[in-house]
Design a binder for this molecule. Sequence first.
Ligand code: ATP
Ligand code: MG
Length: 396
Amino acid sequence: MYSSFLIKYAEIAIKGKNRYLFEDALVSNIKHKLKHVDGKFTVRKETGRVYVDANGEYDYDEAVDALQKVFGIAGICPVILTEDEGFDKLCETVIKHVDATYKDKNFTFKVNARRARKNYPLNSMEINAKVGEKLLEAFPEMKVDVHKPEVLINIEVRKKINIYSVEIPGAKGMPLGTAGRGMLLLSGGIDSPVAGYMVSKRGVEIDATYFHAPPYTSERAKQKVVDLAKKMARYTGPINLHVVNFTDIQLYIYEKCPHEQLTIIMRRYMMKIAEHFARQNDCLGLITGESIGQVASQTMQSLYATNAVCTMPVYRPLIAFDKQDIIKVAEKIDTYETSILPYEDCCTIFVAKHPVTKPDLKFIEKSEINLQEKIDDLLKTAVDTTEVIRVEAEEI
Ligand code: ATP
Ligand code: MG
């Protein structure tokens, strides 16, 4: 029934002089996303608006689903675009629209007309009153509520007349590609995919680094991380996933350092390696799923000790999130079910029974002196043997 969508965007609208850059990125991202949807579409800008027009038959649900994964879209409005064929014809079209969209007419409504084209014979107040009257005649169950209507029937007189009353929520945020690149430390857990999603939502493209420890961690644990990246990629676009073999570094730390410091020291080396790949891929920061107090390695003291090796900004979007709230986002982006699959994680293989919860940076640095002999070679080997997998979205 709808051959077009009106795309509403929130924050992009306030970007002043650079606005067209954001709009162009949005249009191009929408086009790209719709390539995988059954149907043919045109995406166009028109006077501060973005429209998607379907050329002929298309799969409505697939199209909406695809649009809901494009960052920068606040709302998706299925819209009727008609030529101006007189006021009676307009009323008829609105009535048809309401009839087709709402089976049960027992709701309150308000007509919200806007006259962008000032030569239209009726002003917006007159359109509101007259269309409202016609609707009440056609559907006596409907009631007017001008303060808190359940349904807002929008009629905008532009080049064409726009009629819409449904706004499907979008992913919000900023269009991908308008904010630079970040390197996500992606584990198989619940948090890091959510962290990557959240930063990407601000327009940041992402790459990822995963540390595994074969044979202590399995091929299935690695596949799980690839699967998570695939799910994320539906929102973030393709991800270059760097799979680092961390076994020898972990074993060396285990051999040379106090076991209660193991996790912190390991995490410091993870950050260093991730930074190496971040730099290589022109990333402007690291992204992790850390949250204050969640585990021993995420107390403020631990974060302080881990962060001390980083020279790039580290973005931790979940820093103040409770687990339950993280899980809600994981469910929304459909990574949760994969994240809870019970495969080994390299961090849990060598953990001490009683890890330090308040590490002192001085002692950590002192312990790392024990690693001097071989650590540079081990880091070099880890970097040189890293496998890079290009992960594309598992389309809808
Ligand atoms: P997650 O649910 O994301 O695995 P977590 O609660 O298990 O997080 P930690 O194991 O302390 O917490 O890890 C904190 C962060 O460090 C993760 O969110 C992730 O960004 C990074 N990280 C941990 N393990 C790995 C790994 N094996 N490979 C890459 N990054 C990792
Ligand atoms: Mg983890």
